[in-house]
Design a protein around this ligand. Sequence first.
Ligand code: HAX
Length: 421
Amino acid sequence: MGILKQNLAKKIPDWRYNYRQLLDEKGDHVTSTVTIEKAFSGMRGVKGIICDTSSVTADAGLHVRGHHILDLIHIKPEEVLYLMLIDELPDKKSLKALQQDLQARSEVPDYVWDVLNSMPKDSHPMAMFNTAILCMQKESKFAKAYELVVSKSDYWESTLDDGLNIIAKLPAIAAAVYRLRFNKGERIESNNDLDWSGNFLHMMGFDQSKDMLKMMQLYLMLHCDHEGGNVSTFSSLTVNSALSDPYYSLSAGLNGLAGPLHGLANQNNLKFVLEVVEHFKGVPSDKELKEFVWDRLNSGRVIPGYGHAVLRCPDPRFTAFMGFGNKHIKDCDVFSVVTKLFNIVPDILKQHGKAKNPWPNVDAASGSLLYHYGLKEFEFYTVLFSMSRSLGIVSQMVLSRAMGLPLTRPKSLTFDALNKL
Ligand code: HAX
C-alpha cells in the first residue's frame, strides 16, 4: 500500500466522524444568503461547497491546509500534494516513499503517443494535454471498482489510485506535448533518479541548471490549488460527483483552465508583455506604458494577469514569483516590463473603475520567469499550470469521495420564476 493510502486510511475515520457530527449539530446553520444579483453574478460569494485542501481570503490569498502560501515556497510539488491530502507536511522518509510511488506509476501507455501524434499539428497544447489524460480513461481503477460494486466507503481508494496514476504520468505527457507541438525532436526517456519537476525538465530537453529547477519546483507548487470554487476545480468536482472517474473529471476541469479568464491568462499576459517589448523595442517609459495600457482598455480588452473574483490584494503567488525574479533575474526586458506593469496597472484599473480588484494575480509574473529561462513558447504555459493544479484537483476528489459527498446539483430558476419571486 502506498504511503498516501496508508496515512489517509488512518485519518479518514476521524474526519468522517467530525463531518457527521457537524452535520448533526449544526446542519441547519446558514452559510450565506443567495440573492437574484448573486444568481446573475456567477454565484460570487455564495458559500455552498466544501473544500479542505485550501482556502483563499480576499486580503491575504491562498492558504494550503492553513499554511500561508508564502510560507511554503521552499517545498516541492510532491510535498504540497502530501500536505493537501494528509494535512501534514511529509518527513524525509514519507516524501521519498511518495516519490518512489509516483515513479513506479509513471509509464505512459504507448497508445497515448499515437493519439498525440495523430492530432493536428497546430492543436493547442492544452487540447493535446487534456486529450492525453482523457484517452487513458480505460485504465481507470475507479471505473472498474464501481463495476464490481465496491462499497461506497472505499471509493476514495480507487480515486486515489487513479489520481496518482495520472499525476505520475503528467511530466512525461506534458514534455511530449511540448516536444511534439514545438518541433523539438524525439521524446526523451524519463530519468527516475530525478524528482517530479526535475524529470519533467529533463524530458522537456532543458538543462538542469539549479535556478531553473528551483523555478520549476516553485511554479509547479504555487499553482497547486485555490480552494473549491474556481472554474477548473469546481468543474472537475462537479463531474466527479456523478461518479465519473478521475480521468473524465480532471480533463473536464482542465478544459476550464484553458479559458482566457482563468489559466490561459498566463499565456495572454506574456503575449501582452512581449507586445510591449516589441512595440517599444525594449522597456518603455512609464508614460509610454500608461498610454499603451489605456489603449488596450479603451479597445475593450482586459489586462491579462490583473483582477480576481475573490482576491482584493496582490496575489501572494505573484509576490512569490516576483521575489524569485528579483533575486535571480538581472537585465531582462521582459521581467522589467512585468515589474513596471505592477507599478502602473493597479492605479490605471482603479481610474478605469470597473475591476473590483486592481491587483495582479498569479498569471501576471509567471510567464516572464519561464521566458527568461528559455521556455518561450507561451502557448504551453497553461499546461504547466494544469500539471500543478491537477495536484489540488486530485486531492479534492479523493477527499470528496472519502467524505461521501453527494452529486452536485444546485437548483436553477427561469427568468420568469425570478420575476415571480
Ligand atoms: N482588465 C480590464 N477589465 C477588467 C479586469 C482587467 N484585468 N478585471 C476585471 N475587469 C472588468 C471585468 O471585465 C468586468 O467588466 P464588465 O462589467 O464590463 O463585464 C468588471 O471589471 C468587473 O469584473 P470583476 O467583478 O472585477 O471581476 P470578475 O470576478 O468578474 O472576473 C477575472 C475576474 C479574473 C475574470 C477578471 O478580473 C479578468 O478578466 N482578469 C483578466 C484575466 C485574468 O487575469 N484571469 C486570470 C485570473 C486568475 C486565475 O484564475 N488564474 O487562473
